[in-house]
Design a protein. Structure first.
Length: 304
């Protein structure tokens, strides 16, 4: 039978494959993946096309944070603060950061224009919530950053209409020398409903981790939750909202820890074959009785 001749991939296919690898890079590892992808492609022009299309999407989906050139803080790369292709608003400092997506650096900043900022009425709520979330972040995520954006209704001058704030929390821990990287990302959409004097929260939480010491294990866990509280003045509302966010995130982290601490007794056991070659079930319920290989061999009938 004649061998089937393999067809050469065209440039579009090569670029799509390169983009897939870049976009699926684990937290904090896209630069390492990009280096290998560039070497494999062996085509600078094709690599630059793939990188220019992939990095902006990756940076926003992972909500990476970049230090501002004047060291006044960090800007989170997220669609909620995106003003232009390479411009992202930092609401806390009222500055706009100009970003180099591929190098993942902030090259310069400019003052935000009035039309890019919320009205004084909305800013009062945004600023109060930002202060409370900062307190929470400093306690819960030592290396975390946060920002509060106005999602809608930023031109509202006073009570009488609905508006929305968005809380973005991003924390990363990169330790490639120890073969592990991880990230936490959460987005809270907060709707202020004036007609019923209610504030509704909708949260999307995501945890990513990668362990690669003599192996390749990745975690990508997601969780959604909802809650609500009564509308109050800016300061009281901010305290209540921060408390709700803290509660749900703490509860989710605790549930993750409980799930993965039980892996040896649940999932890992299920991965084993039901019967070993001896055709005898291993007595998982009483493993403490075995202290030596001799005891295990005797129990399983090996060597008789």
């Amino acid at each position: 039978m004649a061998d089937v001749e393999e067809s050469e991939l065209n440039e579009t296919q090569k670029k799509d494959i390169a983009k897939w690898f870049l976009l699926n890079s684990p937290p904090g590892e896209i630069q390492y993946v990009a280096k290998d992808v560039k070497a494999i492609l062996d085509d600078d022009e094709l690599y630059e096309e793939a990188a220019s299309e992939s990095f902006p999407v990756y940076n926003k989906s992972h909500m990476i944070s970049l230090e501002l050139p004047d060291r006044t803080g960090d800007v989170i790369i997220t669609s909620f603060g995106e003003l232009g292709k390479n411009e992202f608003l930092d609401p806390r400092t009222a500055q706009v950061a100009i970003i180099d997506h591929v190098k993942q650096v902030c090259t310069e900043v400019r003052p935000a224009m009035d039309e890019e900022l919320p009205s004084p009425y909305i800013e009062e709520y945004r600023c109060a919530l930002d202060a409370e979330i900062l307190k929470y972040i400093s306690e819960a995520y030592p290396k975390g950053v946060c920002s509060v954006y106005c999602g809608s209704g930023k031109d509202l001058e006073g009570p009488g209409s609905d508006f929305e704030l968005v809380v973005v929390i991003s924390a990363a821990r990169h330790s490639p020398q120890n073969f592990c990287n991880g990230s936490w990302r959460s987005v809270w959409n907060i709707e202020f409903k004036d007609d019923i004097q209610l504030v509704e929260l909708s949260g999307k939480l995501q945890v990513g981790a990668h362990y690669f010491e003599e192996g390749n294990v990745q975690l990508d866990a997601k969780h959604e939750c909802q809650d609500s509280t009564i509308a109050q003045c800016a300061e009281d509302c901010a305290i209540s909202l921060a408390s709700i966010i803290r509660h749900h995130e703490t509860e989710y982290l605790a549930s993750l820890e409980a799930s993965y601490s039980n892996l040896p007794d649940t999932t890992f056991k299920d991965l084993r074959r039901k019967l070993p070659v001896t055709r005898t079930l291993f007595p998982w319920h009483n493993t403490m009785q075995f202290s030596l290989t001799r005891d295990i061999s005797k129990e399983l009938g090996i060597g008789k």
